[in-house]
Design a protein around this ligand. Structure first.
Ligand code: HEC
Length: 217
């Protein structure tokens, strides 16, 4: 098999356990309500007064939240001071998140966990472990610039993700050492790969499962 690109990352910290899932209504909206809605709750522009409005964005610069991808979410860039336009938010107190790093991290975690409204997908999972490895639907799909690959596993085990193009050539590869039981997720950013269909293969110690994802440019 021809291997056009062969990269191994050993990532163990990049794993989110469902026990730490962030809840939008009780943990995220209060941050926006205290610091943002006095400006972002009016009659036009970006509203940060409800989950639906935050996700809709109504922004001049594209959506402000990309589920699964805090780094590329404009909202995170605006509160971190890394956006390439306008002022750092909240504009009436631009260093707010320097002194509230915990809140900044909560927002990033919430987005990286999929920017869900409720932990619905996780309810009961603390008690529920699958009998075997489950690969959840790749999200979003088709995708750009990154896709969230998430899975559930019955026990701590080494997980390997191999990503192939339709010719069967290995395009990317990732290893997770002693991935923890329950829900885990990983954000795939294909770099220097052409648009097209990719096969995402998740391999545990006893089970392999593959899904198709479409990368658009
Ligand atoms: C004092 C008023 C004010 C407050 C408070 C404020 N903003 Fe803003 N915000 C603005 C203005 C004005 C703009 C447009 C100019 C700019 O981008 O700097 C803006 C722009 C933005 C944008 C970019 C919107 C786009 O069109 O892409 C984001 C995202 C944003 N704010 C998030 C926040 C968040 C999150 C908070 C709270 C932590 C916040 N803002 C607090 C006034 C405010």
């Amino acid at each position: 098999m021809k291997q056009t690109r062969y990269i191994i990352f050993s990532i163990s910290l990049c794993i989110f356990n469902n026990l730490q899932a962030v809840d939008y209504a009780t943990e995220i909206q209060p941050i926006f309500s205290s610091n943002c809605t006095m400006c972002h709750g009016g009659t036009n522009g970006l509203f940060l007064d409800s989950y639906t409005n935050v996700m809709a964005g109504n922004s001049n610069n594209g959506p402000v939240i990309i589920a699964g991808d805090a780094g590329n979410s404009i909202l995170v860039q605006k509160i971190s001071g890394t956006a390439n336009f306008g002022d750092r938010m909240p504009s009436n107190s631009p260093t707010y998140f320097d002194s509230h790093q915990d809140e900044l991290q909560l927002i990033k975690d919430w987005i990286n966990e999929g920017a869900l409204e409720e932990e619905t997908a996780d309810i009961g999972k603390e008690d529920f472990l699958p009998e075997r490895l489950i690969l959840n639907p790749i999200y979003p799909n088709p995708f750009n610039p990154s896709a969230t690959i998430s899975w559930e596993q019955p026990r701590a085990e080494n997980i390997h993700i191999s990503i192939f193009n339709l010719k069967g050539e290995l395009a990317n590869e990732f290893s997770f050492t002693k991935s923890q039981p329950g829900f885990n997720s990983f954000s795939w950013h294909p770099e220097n790969l052409p648009a097209g269909i990719y096969l995402i293969q998740l391999t545990g110690e006893t089970f392999t499962i593959t899904q198709k994802a479409i990368y658009l440019k």
